[in-house]
Design a protein around this ligand. Sequence first.
Ligand SMILES: [Zn+2]
Length: 144
Amino acid sequence: MSAKLEVRDSRIYGRGCYALARFPARKKIALYAGETVCGERRIERRLRDQEPDIKVIRLDDDLAIDGAVGGDATAYINHSCAPNAFMRIVPGDKVAFFALRDIEPGEEITVNYRDPDHPPVCRCGAANCRSRPRRRKPSPIKRA
Ligand SMILES: [Zn+2]
């Protein structure tokens, strides 16, 4: 497990993954640790079993990595609608997290998982959060 990350309580959801070091923009933060799961039905079953605390990251229909088995701090990386990191599939069928911008020690690492179902309600607090209630505009006052 990386000495540059730690798990502690998150304001977004449950526990989160925090930077202990500085990660400059575009630098690799860590690989996603966990068991490789092959086969669509096995992946679907794990997704159901873990609901709502999903630690399965899908590379494609038949291939996923399950951070709930053999995972580390990266399994606690939460979703944010305004993330500071992003994921990429890297050689060897692994998933890696990279800094989207400079990340300072003490910041929670977040990515946009782009899954409309997870988390069902987002509490990231971003101005563009997909769970933010839409403000109804007052209807315009008509001139006499
Ligand atoms: Zn959000």
